[in-house]
Ligand binder design. Structure first.
Ligand SMILES: C[S@@+](CC[C@H](N)C(=O)[O-])C[C@H]1O[C@@H](n2cnc3c(N)ncnc32)[C@H](O)[C@@H]1O
Length: 438
């Protein structure tokens, strides 16, 4: 879930300025449903920032149970640069956000933690480091040079030492003295020493392919990766809109595909089901699609039409941005796009778009017959009285909207057969399949 962070920002296309308790209620309602929908061995990630993290943690403890708290991950989402520098003396610059992670059960395990192994960002050269020059030959015939020599001999133009080491890590060994064999070594005659020098014997210590003995020292292969914990410092900076991922522009809160890739990779397997009901530009859905997961995405704003849906169509056509190259995405697959059948929502839209009193009268007549009216309004008499007639056009619109019961914005499934709503046969069948009703 990537909900509005409640930053108080008015510039967003969606509401990001809730009163604090309204935001918590809004989240509570949605998290309770999320928990209900979650599989028994499932996991939920919710992204937020300093505005609500502490409160959201308490809320999620309550809903998911403290024993099901998995992690609070700090994700580096930006760098200290740009506009936010103007306040650098007042507070430290904010470059991280959080992922609150909860499971449904406490025996939860991640599906695959490999993506959490990341390349080290520096390489401390050891005096003893060796580089195998003829790695593809039989290990018995290997010969070495020092890593320093290898830099001079084999490093590509423009390559850094770290890049060289990461590219060649299988050929690089730090070796560790094996005390007992060292003693034996000293007992060897000079001839024998000569025989073994620069020769490698395969030394299968723990079943790994890369343990060898050299001059009776145990060679430990260089490991270029470390396990990243709950602080994710990769290149997760929000891409911005200059080179828009997924070939759609979405300036407020669009997440980078590699971040979602990591989440989906560690927590799901192919064909698992991913739910994102704050879809925005559809990053989660695009990534899930490219990673062969099934998904359901929901978005409230009309931009679902020309941003979210369009992005997914491009994915199906084989769009090559974001993680496509990494997962060798070639296109394919399909999706079903549905909209909730409007009831009161349709009237709200009509009232908002209405431009004259005549039209408003017609809407009012239709609304009396078909809309669901808030139980507190007495629409039959209120609207006939003189006081209402004397209101300004905008006031009338506001009051008409207020009379509508917002719990009935959409037609409930239970009323699908009601002839009044004229639901076609195809839609009825689709809904029965979706709700698994026979
Ligand atoms: C931070 S954005 C999600 C961005 C998305 N992860 C992406 O990468 O594009 C939050 C989304 O939640 C949606 N949303 C759903 N219900 C909302 C509500 N009641 N109030 C505000 N936003 C809501 C917004 O319309 C917005 O698209």
């Amino acid at each position: 879930m990537d909900p509005p962070y409640n930053t108080g920002n008015d510039d967003f296309k969606y509401n990001d300025k809730f009163n604090h308790s309204t935001w918590l209620t809004f989240m509570k309602n949605r998290l309770e449903i999320a928990r209900e929908l979650l599989r028994d061995d499932g996991v939920i990630f919710v992204q937020c920032d300093d505005n609500e993290q502490a409160y959201l943690k308490v809320l999620m403890d309550e809903i998911f149970g403290r024993e099901n708290f998995v992690n609070c991950v700090a994700v580096k989402m930006s760098v200290a640069a740009g506009l936010k520098m103007s306040n650098k003396e007042r507070r430290m610059i904010k470059i991280k956000e959080y992922l609150l992670v909860y499971s449904k059960n406490k025996d939860f395990k991640f599906a695959n933690i490999d993506p959490l192994y990341v390349y080290k960002d520096k390489y401390e050269v050891e005096r003893s480091d060796k580089y195998i020059e003829n790695f593809d030959d039989d290990p018995l015939n290997w010969y070495f040079c020092s890593l320093h020599e290898a830099y001079n001999k084999y490093m590509l133009k423009n390559e850094t030492k770290l890049e060289f080491v990461n590219r060649n890590y299988k050929r690089i060994f730090n070796h560790v003295v094996n005390a007992s064999t060292k003693k034996n070594w000293e007992k060897l005659s000079d001839d024998d020493k000569q025989k073994y020098t620069n020769k490698v014997r395969y030394y299968n210590v723990d079943g790994s392919d890369y343990d060898y003995a050299y001059n009776d020292h145990v060679l430990i292969p260089y490991n270029p990766k470390i396990l990243e914990g709950d602080m994710w410092c990769g290149n997760f900076a929000i891409g911005g809109t200059k080179s828009p991922e997924g070939r759609v522009e979405f300036s407020n809160g669009k997440k980078p595909e590699i971040l979602i890739q990591r989440i989906i990779e560690i927590s799901t397997n192919e064909n698992d089901l991913v739910l994102d009901f704050f879809a925005g530009s559809g990053t989660t859905l695009a990534v899930a699609h490219k990673m062969k997961r099934r998904y359901i995405g929901i978005e409230q704003m009309d931009y679902i039409q020309n941003i979210t849906k369009e992005r997914l169509k491009k994915v199906i056509e084989g769009e090559q941005g974001g993680i496509s190259k990494a997962v060798e995405w070639q296109g394919g697959g399909n999706l079903v796009y549905c909209e909730l059948a409007s009831l009161n929502a349709k009237f709200i839209e009509q009232i908002e778009n209405c431009s004259n009193e005549n039209e408003l009268d017609n809407i009012y007549e239709a609304l009396r017959k078909l809309a669901f009216i808030d139980y507190r309004a007495d629409i039959q008499s209120d609207f006939k009285d003189l006081e209402f007639g004397a209101l300004s056009f905008e006031e009338k619109k506001r009051i008409l909207k207020k009379c509508l019961d917002r719990n009935m914005d959409y037609i409930p499934y239970a009323d699908i057969e009601d002839s009044e709503y004229k639901i076609d046969e195809q839609t009825r069948i689709l809904n029965k399949i979706f709700y698994k009703k026979s």
